[in-house]
Ligand binder design. Structure first.
Ligand code: GLY
Length: 380
């Protein structure tokens, strides 16, 4: 991949500044598993009630990237603590859902990749086995969420675009064990997602409901976006990066083409500012942003650029650079006494609270810089 000198210099300098800040943040938040910040201070989701929260692998992921970058033991120690704390979740069947990939790829599997640690491999394989068990054979999809505890909605047939990012846990399990069943399930889900989630224009549905008995597709939902038929930007990003990852693990060109279609749609909708709204189809007078969508899409676009050359490579790289540079100018907290990197992250369009800090925004921002400078630990 060819990065112009000025862009490489920008990425190197931004990574250095980010790493400088993260060293202080890591010291302050060593005992926590953060999700967001309150008045600039990380919260902590490692308690009994919240240990199953789907984002609880990203802090460990930041620490493994920082360990890869610097070799400093503090990062490895914090990452190991994060991984061990997640055992309470791994042993609680009802709290596990399809997000096993988000939780155990950046923690246990990353640890195993770096250290070869047997207990980390064990955790990764247990998480993969549980994820494989969520596969619906009739509909060929992985069920997203549970109905526990007391959901009013029957979600046995629900799948979501986000799951494309959980599939690499299954590809890894097959690569590790030599047993193709895990990757067969992942590829079947990806094939279903290509048909049921990705629309003709390259945009993606967030939620699709199937009949859990017959496997027939019933309908789609707007989910965390504006509404049915809308275009929740983080969902587009999960689809773009997720199909890219399925391609990297399988070499199936259909996944690469799908990632490219989503990427072309995404790029056509990036505003001049480079700042990404919560939904590409939100009303024009709504100015809500989601920095996480920009960071995740950038990672997908950089991976896509690595598969291309010439003009196409430049288009994908420039789009990623435009978003990352817009984030650092407008939506980044450079104050080293505060714990977050990105600002203006949004979990869901219809939530009461918008535009705050979210840990996976910080994770993917760091991953994007590590990719641009060729220093990344491959997590997915
Ligand atoms: N995977 C849930 C989200 O992106 O908010």
């Amino acid at each position: 991949m060819y990065l112009e000198e000025k862009d490489l210099a920008w990425a190197q300098e931004t990574l250095e500044r980010t790493a400088h800040k993260l060293e202080k943040v890591a010291q302050r938040s060593a005992e926590k598993i953060p999700y967001t910040t309150v008045d600039g201070v990380h919260d902590d989701k490692s308690g009994d009630k919240e240990i199953g929260w789907w984002t609880n692998g990203f802090w460990g992921g930041i620490m493994w990237q920082m360990y890869t970058l610097t070799g400093k033991e503090i990062y490895r120690n914090i990452a190991e603590q994060n991984e061990k704390k997640l055992d309470a979740d791994l042993m609680d069947y009802e709290k596990l859902d399809h997000d096993n990939g988000f939780k155990w790829l950046p923690t246990a599997v990353a640890d195993y990749r770096v250290t070869g640690n047997r207990s980390s491999k064990n955790r990764g394989l247990l998480a993969a086995g549980n994820l494989a068990g969520r596969y619906n054979c009739a509909g060929k999809f992985i069920r997203a969420w549970n109905d526990w505890p007391n959901s009013k909605v029957d979600r046995r047939g629900w799948a979501i675009i986000d799951c494309m990012m959980n599939l690499p846990l299954l590809y890894w399990a097959s690569e590790e064990t030599g047993d193709p069943r895990f990757s067969q399930i992942a590829a079947n889900h990806a094939d279903t997602a290509m048909k049921a989630f990705i629309r003709g224009d390259g945009s993606a549905n967030h939620i699709v409901e199937f009949d859990p008995a017959s496997g027939e597709m019933i309908k789609s939902y707007g989910g965390q976006g504006y509404g049915e038929g809308s275009s929740w930007t983080r969902g587009q990003s999960w689809g773009l990066y997720g199909f890219m990852l399925s391609y990297l693990h399988t070499q199936n060109n259909a996944y690469l083409e799908t990632a490219e279609r989503i990427a072309n749609y995404f790029i056509a909708n990036i505003p001049d500012s480079g700042l990404i709204p919560v939904d590409f189809r939100q009303p024009e007078d709504v100015k809500l942003e989601d920095s996480t969508a920009a960071a995740i899409a950038s990672c997908g676009l950089i991976e896509l650029a690595r598969q291309k050359d010439g003009r196409q490579q430049k288009i994908y790289l420039n789009a990623a650079l435009k978003m990352l540079q817009a984030l650092t100018k407008n939506s980044f907290n450079w104050n080293e006494e505060e714990d977050n990197l990105l600002t203006k992250c949004t979990a869901a369009y219809h939530d009461e609270k918008h535009e705050f800090s979210i840990i996976y925004g910080d994770y993917f921002f760091l991953e994007a810089l590590m990719k641009l400078t060729d220093k990344e630990l491959f997590i997915w």
